[in-house]
Design a protein around this ligand. Structure first.
Ligand SMILES: Nc1ncnc2c1ncn2[C@@H]1O[C@H](COP(=O)(O)OP(=O)(O)O)[C@@H](O)[C@H]1O
Ligand SMILES: [Mg+2]
Length: 248
């Protein structure tokens, strides 16, 4: 494989007395779909929030390309946050905004694009997630699966190099979950996007992952391909695959 796109080095994070990340080391390659697994409360979301520097580590470094992003000042983070889009757990949509306005929000917030350009980019993003006909609806008028797709369009609209999906399958029926998986792979294939997917949906792991990472107690416990995961004799991983995990 080529040079890593994102390098996480000895990352630590502490909240009060809780030592959530305990020296995470991880390389992420350009154009891959990496799936991040691990028990609830294990620090997966916390780890990922460090990539666009929404959280600052108590120790350690992250490099995105050649840039040590953990060193940047708040006002220097614009380009990094443009490169790394995030689809948050729960979607975090504005109830009083239409689908269109929800997707336009990041563009209106942080760019001086002309309104016509904003409308074009939002239309393109809505087309990717197949929501063009629903652009004038409000979040309360569409299904849970569609709300996830709105959140995805909002992550895509800035044309990021990397998208982090925090539990995109949570609360979805299997068919809707499959739609999300297809979109994730389409973004990888057609736009070369680097995907990082946090999920508990083991079915999806085998459908979308190029590599799988398992976190435990604030560290990387295991890394491998889906084939290696399927063949593993590690009991913790087997319990997870077979759905015996004491989780949620
Ligand atoms: N901003 C925060 N302040 C304090 N504690 C937090 C914060 N964010 C997460 N935590 C705690 O860190 C731990 C890991 O959380 P999280 O990364 O959300 O787990 P998960 O692996 O389920 O995504 C949890 O115990 C959570 O309560
Ligand atoms: Mg989480």
């Amino acid at each position: 494989m080529s040079e890593p796109f994102i390098r996480i080095r000895n990352l630590h994070q502490t909240f009060g007395t809780q030592h959530v990340l305990r020296g995470v080391n991880l390389d992420i390659y350009r154009g891959e779909t990496l799936v991040l697994l691990g028990a609830s409360g294990g620090g997966k979301s916390v780890l990922m929030k460090h990539l666009p520097v929404l959280l600052r580590p108590t120790k350690g470094e992250i490099f995105v390309g050649d840039v040590e992003v953990t060193k940047l000042l708040e006002r220097e983070l614009g380009p990094t946050r443009h490169q790394i889009g995030m689809m948050f757990q729960g979607g975090a949509l504005f109830d009083s905004f239409t689908v269109f306005e929800n997707v336009a929000f990041p563009l209106r917030e942080e760019s001086d694009l002309k309104d016509s350009e904003i409308r074009k980019r939002v239309s393109d993003a809505l087309e990717i997630v197949m929501l063009s006909e629903h652009r004038e609806k409000f979040p309360s008028d569409i299904s849970g699966g569609m709300r996830k797709r709105v959140a995805l369009a909002r992550a895509v609209v800035n044309a990021p190099a990397c998208i982090i999906y925090d539990e995109p399958h949570a609360g979805l029926d299997p068919m809707t979950g499959d739609t999300i998986d297809k979109l994730i792979k389409k973004l990888q294939r057609e736009q070369g996007i680097t995907n990082i997917v946090i999920t508990h949906e083991i079915r999806s792991v085998f459908r979308i992952a190029d590599r799988v990472v398992f976190m435990k107690e604030g560290q990387i416990y295991w890394i491998g391909t889906p084939q290696e995961l399927e063949a593993t004799k590690d009991q913790l991983l087997r319990d997870f695959i077979e759905g015996n995990a004491q989780d949620d």
